[in-house]
Ligand binder design. Structure first.
Ligand code: ADP
Length: 379
């Protein structure tokens, strides 16, 4: 039947279906001693490989020698074949070609249907999964190795040394806490990702939430002698959200700001109203500004903007784009953190259809701004 497809007149149902398929499909024809040519290419194939309708040599579409060889062999022997290949462009793409011979009359030209599947996204997801597992294992292994080392020391050299024992037990407790924080953050991230596609439905008053978080963080700020000042625009309004998750966002950002502020310094939390996306994204201080997450534009949508600013060491420009990657930490900063805080922030905001920007100047400090769609008050 597919033999008739290639020759069918425009408008036949089979040809229409082929034309509409999102995957590239080719009908390849070969004669004895001739290079195979493309007898038919559906719209997806013509778009992807920039082909004319028919008659082009197969090499014009599939330039990889290993693919041409496999297809020529399949034509010569009238057998099925499958071959993976890569196209190199601005972005490399990974493909798999499935070639199936058509039943033809003896003495007729051999024909193959070649269906191409784009496997780039699957490859990328697979690589991300593998990288994530490797990173998570590495992060857990470091404190674990240190714990095992101290257990061994306590059993041998430090067995009868009470002073060393107390010191080592203190370090072991720290390492165990670090592992617990890592596991908590990993679980938290996986829970957030599980329901990231379901938009939250609660109504959250961010001004109150900020106040609650800054009250809860007081022991940390008192210890570091850092002052948090909150300024909330009375007209900022409420957002549609999941309160517990938004508490986590504010907590992670304020924790970071306090952590990277020198003793005795200030942290500012501002809540503002923005009439539209452009206003929500507008810079608030001097320095480099970069968007880490941006929602789709939505007409008439206003935003509530939460800014957390510190006046600490700042972050060098080259680190800014990678801040919200899992486990990314700026070299040389001994934060004791997990490197997951900003990844958690980004995923929560994404679920809330909001955005995240970072502004920083070295030696002057950093501002993280979160903007969330504002609940429109009922008239
Ligand atoms: P961590 O748990 O390490 O703080 P985050 O994901 O919250 O992980 O942050 C990633 C990295 O970004 C931090 O390790 C730190 O290097 C940098 N960073 C985050 N916030 C600030 C800030 N306010 N000032 C300076 N550096 C920051």
């Amino acid at each position: 039947m597919p033999d008739t497809i290639a020759r069918a007149g425009a408008g036949s149902a089979a040809q229409l279906i082929l034309e509409l398929l999102p995957e590239p499909v080719l009908l390849v024809r070969g004669g004895e001693g001739e290079t195979p040519e493309i007898a038919y290419a559906n719209k997806a194939a013509r778009d992807v490989f920039r082909l004319e309708l028919t008659g082009a040599p197969l090499g014009a579409a599939l330039r990889r020698p290993e693919v041409l060889e496999a297809i020529e062999a399949a034509l010569a022997t009238s057998t099925s074949t499958e071959v993976a290949f890569e196209t190199i462009g601005v972005q490399p793409r990974y493909w798999r070609a499935f070639a199936r011979p058509l039943e033809t009359e003896p003495g007729m030209l051999n024909e193959l249907v070649v269906v191409l599947r784009d496997e780039t996204d699957a490859r990328r997801t697979e690589r991300m999964r593998a990288d994530f597992l490797a990173n998570a294992s590495h992060e857990l292994r470091t404190p674990l190795a240190s714990l095992a080392g101290f257990v061994e020391t306590l059993r041998t050299h430090a067995k009868d040394d009470p002073e060393a024992r107390d010191k080592f037990l203190g370090i072991m407790a720290q390492q165990a806490n670090r592992m617990a924080r890592l596991v908590d953050d990993l679980l938290s991230l996986s829970r957030i990702e599980l329901n990231e596609h379901i938009a939250p439905s609660g109504k959250v008053d961010l001004a109150r939430t900020i106040q609650d978080v800054s009250d809860a963080i007081r022991p940390l700020t008192a210890e570091r002698e850092v002052k948090i000042s909150v300024r909330a625009d009375a007209n900022a309004g409420s957002v549609t959200g999941d309160r517990d998750q938004l508490v986590q966002v504010i907590q992670n950002l304020v924790d970071n700001a306090v952590k990277y502020t020198p003793r005795g310094g200030d942290v500012r939390v501002d809540l503002e109203f923005a009439i539209n996306l452009e206003a929500a994204r507008a810079p608030s201080r001097s320095g480099v500004s970069l968007s880490l997450l941006s929602p789709d534009a939505s007409d008439g949508q206003s935003y509530v903007v939460l800014r957390v600013s510190d006046f600490g060491q700042g972050i060098a420009r080259q680190h800014l784009p990678r801040l919200s990657e899992r486990f990314y930490r700026v070299e040389g900063q001994r934060s004791g953190g997990t490197g997951l805080g900003l990844a958690i922030v980004k995923h929560i905001i994404n679920r809330h259809r909001g955005g995240l920007t970072v502004e920083s100047a070295e030696g002057e400090g950093t501002t993280f701004s979160v903007y969330l769609p504002r609940v429109v008050p009922q008239a």
